[in-house]
Write a protein that binds this ligand. Structure first.
Ligand SMILES: [Fe+2]
Ligand SMILES: [Fe+2]
Length: 294
């Protein structure tokens, strides 16, 4: 039986480098150009949430009495700190392609810094748990649609996303457990934070996606424009559908059906391949075949 992805997850240190990438690489997936832009639009603000998460988990760590939870908190801090560094580097590539990307990234950066000053402890850990709901669900969604969205794509950018999405699933329960550790009885506040985080993700992503589609010239053709709007609507609707269990009392990320009965084969194989020393910094067709065949 395959181990649960959230058990004893490690911190992996990778250095991705996009300095030499041409600005055109921003549309990095030939399998789905629309997915490239959706993922790009998402990542413009996400590393600043990841920095917020690191601060949130550091604030919680000193007050946690459970040793297993402390271990997991250390590991999520390690994973997310590496994610933030890698995606900020990737954003430099986006800034070379999209004129408004710099301003949008700064808006996210200062927005989260501002939140850190204002949010009380409960909001800090609640909002973090709410946000992690969707990075987890996006993790599953991206990997489950690998063939349609990423199979034929830039090997480095693909490698970045596969790594990120695998780890989002691995640490999906930690922020939730931290919230529950302190505020187990307040399910309504948790649900409110899920909705608040969802709105934040959708509004930030939508704004960046519109800009990127416009720069790529997709809005000058009505059919392409309709396809672009259809794609983002489909992805967001799927996230809402997959989030249904999250709003129930008694929900726990470990028991989300997508993380258990339908464990993604790429995630399972990628973890094993990396553990055995395989290089996962670039994933072309041959490398993915090697990963899956193990
Ligand atoms: Fe992350
Ligand atoms: Fe995360």
């Amino acid at each position: 039986m395959t181990a649960h992805p959230m058990d004893e997850f490690p911190v992996r240190k990778f250095r991705f480098d996009f300095d030499a990438a041409e600005p055109e690489t921003a549309v990095w997936s030939q399998s789905s150009e629309l997915f490239s832009l959706f993922a790009n639009a998402f990542t413009l603000h996400v590393p600043y949430f990841e920095k917020y998460l690191v601060r949130s988990m550091i604030a919680a760590r000193g007050k946690i009495t459970d040793e297993k939870l402390k271990r997991d908190v250390d590991a999520i801090i390690g994973q997310e700190a590496h994610h933030a560094d890698a995606f900020i580097k990737f954003n430099d590539l986006l800034k070379r392609r999209y004129p408004k990307a710099q301003a949008m990234e700064e808006h996210a950066k200062y927005g989260f810094k501002d939140r850190l000053k204002k949010d009380d402890f409960k909001t800090l850990v609640g909002f973090t748990a709410g946000y992690e709901t969707f990075t987890f669900l996006a993790g599953m969604l991206f990997l489950d649609n690998y063939d349609e969205w990423m199979a034929d794509s830039d090997p480095k950018v693909k490698a970045l996303w596969v790594w990120h999405q695998v780890e989002e699933v691995e640490h999906a329960a930690v922020a939730f457990d931290v919230y529950k550790h302190f505020f187990a009885d307040d399910e309504n506040f948790r649900r409110r934070m899920v909705l608040s985080a969802f709105w934040h993700i959708v509004s930030e992503t939508f704004k960046a996606y519109l800009h990127m589609c416009k720069v790529e010239g997709w809005f000058s053709n009505p059919i392409r424009a309709a396809r672009a709007m259809g794609f983002i609507t489909r992805v967001v609707s799927q996230m809402i559908w997959n989030a249904r269990p999250v709003m129930r009392s008694g929900y726990h990320p470990r028991n989300h059906p997508l993380a258990t009965t339908e464990q993604n084969p790429i995630a399972v194989s990628w973890r094993r391949f990396h553990k055995e020393g395989g290089d996962v910094l670039e994933i072309d067709h041959a490398k993915m075949k090697a990963i899956l065949e193990g």
